[in-house]
Design a protein around this ligand. Structure first.
Ligand code: M6R
Length: 604
């Protein structure tokens, strides 16, 4: 998602910042900007689109002498990708860059008298800073005190760099829930939201902890904790190359993206959950209420998320829901409910079949909504309304974090709709909110489980096929598990509803048929148990993913017990993703770029 860089020193800062921002390009962005604070004053440059546009704006601009400089790549969440919404955001004598979400920005905006130039949550930070600065009696650390007072008012997640003409030669910084680090090199002090921009400038970095804040200046860095006590910086060695740094220690982008899922889920929930209700600012309840049905339409992994959504929407919002594969939908002359909502799901926003499907639905007069990870993509531009997924750029061709983001967003949508229609009891809503809050921690990869999957994977590199089976919500998860495995291992795998096996596929059962059984304790456990017993009786090899001991399993992958099926779902999702990845790695395949596949399928 967004990227941050900063530099304090005497080298030419534009080149340093642009280089740093280019190192963060892989994260995805739709606008960029830099601000330079020199003896002559403060200058700011911003551009929509690629960094080349920013470089063109900068032209032959170069900093001279001592400089405090900050830069940012923005991936739109609040407000469109425009120059006004790009960072840095400034007021009269200060500029700020911010990653994260300021949850209480609406209330904070109302608390300052100044006018706003952008639609972002971030701009309020610089307004607050200047307000507190004006209220401080002049003293040596006035700006530092104003910065601290600003942080005290913020709720949400942030990594912040701020510079001000009132504090030449200083960069103020803070971290709460969004990564930020700094390194001291021969040429000065360097900041970044991940390792890559620091490599080549510093040998070590100080990784800020949540609540850490402070100021960088010519004499060094003063670092404080949330209570204001001084903290001794603890530097750690940086990776040797920036490619390794981009993978942040993981072997593949896919692995990194699997491990990022708790943060993605946290980002999706940020600002949307209150004590006894939830909000989706993007969709007005009065817009949703009259809609009589939903059609969800997508391809591949996004289609599997749509299937999960159909269970949730019917159960929680009591809206009749259909799911369509986009490539089939286009040509089958569908009869659509003109009083219904047509929802497309897409990670990339550029999938040709899905794009054509939404055009068709629009042409027939249906209200349209896009659940998409890329703002300003073709599908987002086509839709009447959008819910952005907040998953950050996904590099692995095999989709992982975009899927969990789609599922969580559909769960939120189902609950929000149910709340709008008042079909959920207070008790049920409270249970759902509690489960939602728990979801990010459930997706945290447990080292023991990953290690077990790594060891187990060596037994499953052959055979004549895999069947992933599940019931209810776990049937689409079975489909997704099978798709992940076939995409990157090139082994034959199918997802099947467990109850359907006896209607045909059970004929394949023998010791070389590997059955991955998704045996959720919280959802039809006894039903799937008897389905698995039928397969075991025919000598199929059973790998059970379950909370229970199951004597017929050849291998058990034990998961933690939850009383909400969605929590079991998210925990099992991590297991099937990692299992596919470990098998593919053992087979020597390129996990991030599997053969024959493209990340974005822009042809039909
Ligand atoms: O970008 P989209 O979500 O529209 O892409 C749809 C499919 O092409 C995509 O999910 C594909 O199946 C992935 N390779 C799954 O890992």
């Amino acid at each position: 998602m967004c990227g941050i860089v900063g530099y304090l020193g005497e080298q030419e800062a534009c080149a340093i910042l642009l280089h740093g921002l280019r190192e963060l390009e892989y994260r995805g962005y739709d606008s960029a900007g830099v601000a330079l604070l020199e003896a002559s004053g403060l200058r700011c440059f911003k551009a929509v689109g690629k960094l080349d546009n920013l470089a063109a704006k900068l032209g032959d601009t170069a900093s001279s002498g001592k400089v405090a400089a900050i830069g940012h790549t923005r991936w739109a969440t609040h407000g469109k990708p425009t120059e006004a919404n790009a960072h840095p955001h400034g007021l009269t004598h200060s500029q700020v860059v911010h990653n994260g979400i300021i949850e209480n920005y609406v209330a904070l905006r109302a608390s300052v008298a100044t006018a706003f130039l952008s639609q972002t949550d971030s701009e309020v930070i610089v307004h607050l800073f200047e307000k507190h600065l004006a209220a401080q009696p002049p003293a040596a650390d006035t700006a530092l005190a104003a910065f601290r007072a600003t942080l005290d008012a913020l709720h949400g997640a942030y990594a912040i760099l701020l510079i001000s003409e009132t504090a030449p030669g200083q960069i103020f910084f803070a971290r709460q829930g969004s990564p930020l680090q700094f390194g001291l090199g021969a040429e000065g002090c360097f900041f970044a939201s991940s390792d890559a921009p620091l490599i080549g400038h510093c040998a070590q970095a100080v990784y800020l902890q949540d609540g850490h804040w402070g100021v960088a200046e010519a004499t060094g860095v003063r670092l404080f904790d949330a209570e204001g006590a001084a903290v001794l910086p603890q530097p750690a060695a940086l990776p040797a190359t920036s490619l390794a740094a981009r993978k942040e220690g993981y072997r593949y982008f896919m692995e990194k993206e699997i491990y990022e899922q708790p943060q993605v889920l946290t980002d999706i929930l940020t600002g949307r959950l209150a004590a006894d209700c939830l909000s989706l600012d993007e969709l007005a309840p009065e817009w949703l209420r009259p809609l009589r049905s939903i059609t969800l339409c997508a391809c591949g992994t996004s289609y599997h998320a749509a299937l999960v959504g159909s269970y949730l929407l019917e159960r929680l919002a009591q809206v009749p829901t259909k799911v369509e594969i986009a490539s089939e939908f286009r040509y089958r002359e569908p009869v659509l409910d003109r009083d219904g909502l047509f929802v497309v799901l897409s990670q990339s926003g550029e999938t040709a079949d899905t794009l054509e499907a939404i055009k068709l639905a629009k042409a027939q007069g249906l209200a349209t909504l896009a659940l998409c990870n890329v703002d300003n993509s073709s599908i987002v531009r086509e839709a009447d309304h959008r819910l952005l997924l907040r998953a950050g750029i996904e590099k692995g061709v095999a989709s992982t974090k975009a899927f969990s983001a789609q599922v969580l967003t559909l769960w939120l949508l189902a609950l929000y709709w149910g709340q709008a229609k008042a079909v959920l009891s207070g008790e049920r809503l409270a249970q759902e909110l509690a489960a939602l809050r728990q979801a990010p921690s459930v997706m945290q990869v447990q080292p023991g489980v990953h290690e077990r999957l790594h060891r187990l994977s060596k037994r499953y590199l052959h055979g004549h096929g895999f069947f992933f089976i599940g019931r209810d919500l776990f049937y689409p998860l079975a489909l997704e598990g099978a798709l992940k495995l076939k995409e990157i291992s090139y082994l034959h795998a199918e997802g099947y509803p467990a109850g359907e096996m006896k209607h045909g596929p059970i004929a394949l059962a023998d010791a070389q048929l590997f059955t991955i059984a998704l045996m959720a304790r919280s959802c039809l456990y006894d039903k799937i148990k008897s389905n698995v017993e039928e397969l075991s009786a025919r000598d199929a090899t059973i790998i059970a993913i379950t909370t229970e001991y199951f004597e017929l399993a050849d291998d058990i992958i034990q998961i933690r017990a939850y009383d909400h099926p969605m929590l079991e779902f998210f925990e099992m999702l991590v297991v099937v993703q990692l299992l596919a990845m470990e098998i593919a790695i053992r087979l020597g395949n390129d996990v991030d770029m599997p053969r024959n596949l493209a990340k974005s399928v822009t042809v039909e």
